[in-house]
Design a protein around this ligand. Structure first.
Ligand SMILES: *Cc1c(COP(=O)(O)O)cnc(C)c1O
Length: 374
């Protein structure tokens, strides 16, 4: 039933609400950058990289053009390519798998843990062949994957461990920040991520100086000096303007993440009594930063349309596991190959979450769910 009281719609993410709090600082920064006249690399990019590395407790961060490119350049810096296999989860954003192909390696999927939705180390083990060179563990929705187990597997089989941390800026695994848990970590600054630019952006984070140096070359046509190209690279620099914007936002990230966590805990509490709703399960000792707040319900599509009627926007991340997407049909996989990822895809629902939302909005969302889930 359509709500007759005049209430504002609730969006899944509201970037305008964030902008309202930082508007003056953002606009004066943009003005400064344009007046300075440096638009490619330079001081502003170096400053952001240093700040973001500090945020991750890691020595090196290299700004690149997108999260997708962060993954491609990380793979290339690790010299993974033709003939190599890379294992990742099928319930991720397409870029995770695309990056593997863009680096000319082969995508291999492994099924997920049904409760955390992250890749299941036991399933990873089953997929290892002589050609396997790396694992990309996605910290899905902002919760770190089971890194100790994955690290053990990587060590035993001589594999590289790459973090896809695009949804997990500031998340922690047993007291350690995401970005320090593998050989290399890849972040996205897509506008809606926990730290988002006003356009595309990404970063590679690592404690290995050689990898850092190689990524720095790869993002800028394979050079260190202007006209000396040591390797064939990419044009994948983080825009100076975006770096300056990100430096402003980085100051607030810790606080924004805390607010996301408070909202998630409030949702947890209010949703707990509703029998048909499964709230997110956080493994012990982890700091989840709730890029997304994802519940599971039996009749997901019905609930989604009922909430829409009430002016509440929701999302599905992601409606189709990648092994069922046309783009990956060449892998020869199909329905039934990854039953847990497929089951999750049919029941997950992302509820609105962003730092600026209010407890009142959360109460309204939960009330609407209560009316529609038995
Ligand atoms: C957003 C995202 C990416 C890609 O980032 P872009 O900046 O959009 O290229 C990769 N992996 C995951 C899990 C993501 O959520």
């Amino acid at each position: 039933m359509k709500n007759t009281v005049a209430v504002e719609d609730i969006k899944l993410v509201d970037l305008k609400a964030q902008y309202q709090g930082i508007q003056e600082e953002i606009l004066s920064t943009i003005k400064e950058v344009i007046e300075e006249g440096t638009f490619i690399l330079g001081r502003r990019v170096r400053e952001f990289e240093a700040g973001f590395a500090r945020f991750c407790n890691s020595p090196f961060a290299i700004g690149v053009a997108s999260g997708t490119d962060a993954l491609v350049l990380a793979l290339k810096a690790l010299e993974i390519g033709q003939g190599d296999e890379v294992i990742t989860a099928p319930n991720t954003a397409a870029p995770t798998a695309e990056a593997i192909s863009l680096a000319r390696a082969r995508v291999v999927f492994a099924d997920i843990h049904p409760e955390t939705f992250n890749i299941d180390p036991k399933e990873v083990k089953k997929k290892i062949t002589r050609k396997t060179r790396a694992i990309i563990s996605v910290h899905l929705y902002g919760q770190p994957a089971e890194m100790d187990e994955l690290k053990d597997i990587a060590r035993t089989h001589g594999l590289k461990l790459i973090e896809d941390a695009a949804q997990a800026h500031g998340a922690e695994y047993k007291g350690k920040r995401v970005g320090t848990l593998g050989e290399v970590a890849c972040f996205s600054f897509f506008p809606s991520k926990n730290l988002g630019a006003y356009g595309d952006g990404g970063a590679v984070v690592t404690s290995d100086e050689k990898i850092a140096e190689r990524v720095r070359m790869l993002r800028d046509h394979g050079r260190k000096e202007k006209y000396l190209h040591e390797i064939e690279g990419h044009n994948s620099r983080l825009d100076t303007l975006q770096a300056a914007i990100l430096s402003v936002k980085l100051k607030y990230l810790e606080n924004w993440n805390e607010r996301r966590r408070q909202h998630a805990h409030y949702y947890d509490k209010l949703l707990a009594p509703i029998k048909g709703v499964t709230t997110p399960k956080v493994a012990q000792g982890l700091r989840h930063v709730y890029h997304l707040y994802v519940i599971k319900v039996e009749d997901r599509d019905l609930l989604r349309s009922e909430l829409k009627e009430e002016g509440i926007e929701t999302g599905i991340h992601y409606p189709h596991p990648l092994h069922l997407q046309p783009a990956f049909s060449y892998l020869g996989l199909g329905k039934g190959f990854f039953p847990r990822a497929e089951e999750a895809a049919s029941k997950i629902l992302s509820l609105p979450i962003y730092p600026e939302m209010t407890q009142e909005q959360i109460r309204r969302i939960v009330e609407a769910i209560k009316l529609n889930v038995k």
